[in-house]
Design a protein around this ligand. Sequence first.
Ligand SMILES: [Fe+2]
Length: 265
Amino acid sequence: MAYNGSNTCRIRSKMLTDTQISHFYTHGFILMKNPFGEACMQQIDQADSSNRKKNNWSNDFNKLACQFLTVGELVLEMVEQPKLIEMAKQLLDCDEVHIGACGFGEALKIISQDGRPFQQVDWHSDGGPEVKQVSFRTALDCHHSGNAPLRVLPGSHLRLKAEVWEELIQLEIASGQHQDIPSISFVKHPAEVEIMLDPRWTLVWTPSCWHATGIKTTIGLRRAIGWNYFPRGGRTRDAAAVKHIFSNQWESWSLQRQKLWGLLD
Ligand SMILES: [Fe+2]
């Protein structure tokens, strides 16, 4: 692990403006300048290089969450910064949040292992209008047009899942490529926004917003680091992974840290 205990990952930007908050509510995302800075991203990159050989994670845990947590104290402190937590509370309009999911690496590679013809993620939402969450996502490599950029359908986090799905299926059928009703969709939606995430920017969004990716046509890495804050009672998907990776430490963490990672009831 490359972290040397310096504060190079302390965020530098100010809090969100009212118009940014309004954009998040309405469209499901905002982009802000990478608040962590180049030195921080380099430290994560170095930690990744030394941890990359380790990929024999137990299937009991989310692989990307394990890769995230293995970076160690550096990412824990990054996620726990009071300014970020304040932003999450502002966006979720609540007075308490915890981290319910985290990930680091190449999600696209993992998802594409199901035999799909291209390295591409199909349309889905990780939640629905009832799931309140805010996710911070920063690319370590540029997710340009040939590197499977994220595609989001603005405002779809406010709509019923069945309604959005029907819309996508109708667009699929209208493309003339199907004999039967498709069970998976990559179709271009006229209202989608392609986000070519560059390491200089951070995406702040709700994964309840429908999303897919473009096709990966270039070689090279497509890594991202991200985590999701939830209001009280929200998901704790990676609590077991936190206990597993920090098995010798988590019980001695402050109650505040245990609570923030969703380890306490
Ligand atoms: Fe997703």
